[in-house]
Design a protein around this ligand. Structure first.
Ligand SMILES: [Zn+2]
Length: 93
């Protein structure tokens, strides 16, 4: 027997909750290229952050993801598109 019923409402609700929490969080971005791919390296007493895209160590902090998104749009003229995690679902939906 096919188990094909879905719970889209529950899923959407859960995702909205995740997004809401995410909106409140501070984000760290590269000052040079505005990338969010910041890598932290722990050294003995200090941690060094650098951009995984351009290697720049000038990392800035944004109040939340929306602030950063605005900056990104101004710089590049389009919205940043978050790519789906390909390792989790093989790129398919
Ligand atoms: Zn960068």
């Amino acid at each position: 027997m096919a188990n094909n019923f879905q719970l889209p409402d529950y899923k959407a609700e859960k995702q909205a909750l995740i997004n809401k929490e995410y909106d409140k969080e501070k984000v760290y971005y590269c000052k040079k290229c505005l990338s969010l791919a910041i890598i932290s390296t722990e050294r003995e007493t200090e941690s060094i952050d650098f951009c995984n895209d351009c290697g720049c160590t000038d990392i800035e902090e944004a109040e939340n993801i929306n602030v950063w998104e605005e900056m990104y749009e101004k710089r590049y003229g389009h919205k940043y598109v978050i790519k789906p995690n390909k390792t989790k679902n093989n790129g398919r939906y």
